[in-house]
Design a protein around this ligand. Sequence first.
Ligand SMILES: [Fe+2]
Length: 257
Amino acid sequence: MARVPRRGRSWVSETLTSVADTVARALEGVDLDAVRRQYWEQNEFVYLERWLPASLVDRMLAEVDRVRPAINRNYIPRHKKGGSVSFYTLTEQAPTIVALYRAPAFIEFLAALTGRPLQVCPPSDPHSCALYFYTEPGDHIGFHFDTSYYRGARYTVLLGLVERSSSRLVCQLFKNDPQRAPVELQLATHPGTLILFNGDKLWHSVTPLGEDEERVSLTLEYVTDPSMHPVKRLFSNLKDAFAYFGFRAVFRRPARA
Ligand SMILES: [Fe+2]
């Protein structure tokens, strides 16, 4: 399996610094108050169309291609079909993607929108930062919440990377609010489009991929308390092994992050 060429610590820290700078600059163009208002008006859901700069998207797309040999495919009848690459692989082979996940200005931005002190997940969580590959006809995922197994709340960021498909991210807002009529949105996740939501509040799915189509998105998970009861850790790992990354990937020791 191709790995990131070893160019020493300075190269890794250069990646971290350049990604953090790019994200900080991109955030300067965001009207924080307006986005925060929209986030709360939509029951803790917001999306920013083609927000991430193309230069950063291009670097991430190169990493998407690098990790393709590591895709693990799953099929759960009537719920999910598709491929995934875990945080463990991204740590070894996708420094730009991992740097975005950890960029301090990005996490501060998300915390300012949600009003919660957000943190990255522990490096032992294979789902904390992962790629979803929809590459075969019929690839999809059924409706679900992004339930938190952590002691704290869980927030999800989805970032579009490849969008050559008729698949749509279907979002049902206000699903958990008996006072409000549900609102349904069907979104294409174009490269650089960012979606943020509270995992307990957004009921969402991805519609089936058509022939000769492809869709790749990045998922980033942030939490308010990164501790987890050991039983829930086991349950979470089993779910990740069955539904996403495979047993070998989930139950091996994570690489040094
Ligand atoms: Fe989800």
